[in-house]
Design a protein around this ligand. Structure first.
Ligand SMILES: Nc1ncnc2c1ncn2[C@@H]1O[C@H](COP(=O)(O)OP(=O)(O)O)[C@@H](O)[C@H]1O
Ligand SMILES: [Mg+2]
Length: 260
């Protein structure tokens, strides 16, 4: 196991929003967290990526309490694609990607040849070499997301965490991004933890799903074992028909109506 959440309670101020959550992430897996709006998905992601300290319980990165590790140590292993991004839009793609190298630099150390090579490799992996001098604000939504992923890759992480990476992208960019994530997982063995809104996409691209409802893990498992009519009724309060997608060996559903 590369990352594990054990009996996590998470709160903002006094309000506990996540209760007794257990999550196990094996190396090389794509694990997706799904669940209704406001159920606590982003909150769990924040704890897994060391942004939010648990009220109770632990997050273990390779069996070490993540809060006992230095920010830099964690950043050498875990890269996070944030949902809210506060970076000047006049940054060039290459400048942004270069930020991924900072966790590996010593105090006042400048980029080495190796750093420049890794930046180039990250740009190439995300098909952005031709855009490296462009400003972020001159990129399409899909290209911009790829630039952020390139920054994460330049970190040379073992785990990549993404909170709703496809939001605001049209369907072709959504598929492009998910295919890129899958390719990174397969070619490099990169462990992926993400939150996805689209349940069918989650089922198609993940080895394992965690469903969060009302701040608790409702259920978890392989998409083919988890996604069925009862699950959709229970977690999302919808009636749906569930089918098998033989081409991608995963289930998919068509929503019929809301139930109460
Ligand atoms: N910064 C915050 N301060 C206070 N409450 C928050 C904050 N962020 C989220 N919440 C609350 O925590 C709950 C879970 O939110 P969140 O984890 O963002 O849900 P999800 O990502 O599943 O939509 C919600 O009730 C939300 O209003
Ligand atoms: Mg969220």
């Amino acid at each position: 196991m590369i990352l594990q959440a054990k009996n996590l309670d998470l709160s903002y101020g006094k309000k506990i929003v996540v209760k007794d959550v257990n999550i196990e992430i094996n190396r090389g897996e794509i694990v997706t967290i799904i669940g209704p709006n406001g159920s606590g998905k982003s909150t769990v992601i924040k704890a897994l990526s060391r942004y939010l300290k648990p009220q109770k319980g632990q997050v273990l990165l390779e069996n070490k309490n993540i809060f006992s590790l230095k920010t830099k140590e964690v950043a050498q292993k875990v890269a996070v694609l944030p949902q809210m991004k506060n970076v000047p839009e006049d940054f060039s793609v290459e400048t942004l990607v270069g930020y991924g190298r900072y966790p590996h630099l010593g105090f006042r150390q400048r980029f080495s040849q190796e750093d420049y090579q890794i930046i180039k490799w990250a740009l190439k992996k995300t098909d952005l070499l031709q855009f490296k001098e462009r400003q972020l604000n001159n990129l399409s939504g899909g290209e911009k997301q790829r630039a952020w992923i390139a920054m994460c890759l330049a970190q040379k992480p073992e785990v990549l965490i993404l909170d709703e990476p496809t939001t605001f992208l049209d369907i072709s960019y959504q598929l492009e991004l998910l295919d890129l994530i899958k390719e990174l997982n397969e070619s490099m063995g990169l462990t992926i933890i993400m939150v996805l809104h689209d349940i069918n996409q989650a089922a198609r691209y993940s080895h394992k799903l965690y469903a969060i409802k009302d701040g608790c893990v409702h259920s978890s498992g392989r998409p083919q074992d988890l996604l069925n009519e009862d699950f959709l009724k229970d977690v999302y309060k919808i009636e749906a028909d569930v089918f098998q997608d033989n081409k991608h060996s995963c289930p998919y559903f068509i929503p019929l109506k809301k139930v109460n």
